[in-house]
Design a protein around this ligand. Structure first.
Ligand SMILES: [Zn+2]
Length: 109
């Protein structure tokens, strides 16, 4: 017998301490419904969560701001009709710009 390789990593049950599969829905020994214990967000996960929230704001902000700037520029420099073209250009620039800001924030943070 070569021995069966464990398919699931065993963890100590949160309630009774017995070995229980991490993916188990309930502990085989004490019947605990949360053998892995209540899910706790690590500080890293919390931070990523906050960054993601900020990223959404950045993306929305850029997608409003850039077309706004383009539209304003178009109105001032060319005229109201062409302003829509500049607004569109702003949107085309703004979306990836927001995306790049978000990616760099994640890399730096
Ligand atoms: Zn247990």
């Amino acid at each position: 017998m070569t021995g069966q390789r464990a398919q699931h990593e065993l963890i100590g049950c949160n309630d009774c301490g017995s070995g229980v599969s991490f993916s188990a829905l309930a502990c085989r020994h004490c019947g605990s419904r949360e053998p892995a214990g209540p899910y706790v967000e690590s500080s890293k996960e919390r931070r990523l969560h906050r960054i993601e929230e900020k990223n959404d704001q950045t993306l929305i902000g850029m997608m409003v701001l850039c077309p706004g700037i383009g539209f304003f520029y178009g109105v001032v420099m060319v005229g109201a009709f062409a302003a829509f073209g500049y607004g569109l250009l702003g949107a085309i620039i703004g979306a990836p710009a927001g995306f790049i800001i978000n990616v760099s924030r994640r890399l730096l943070g």
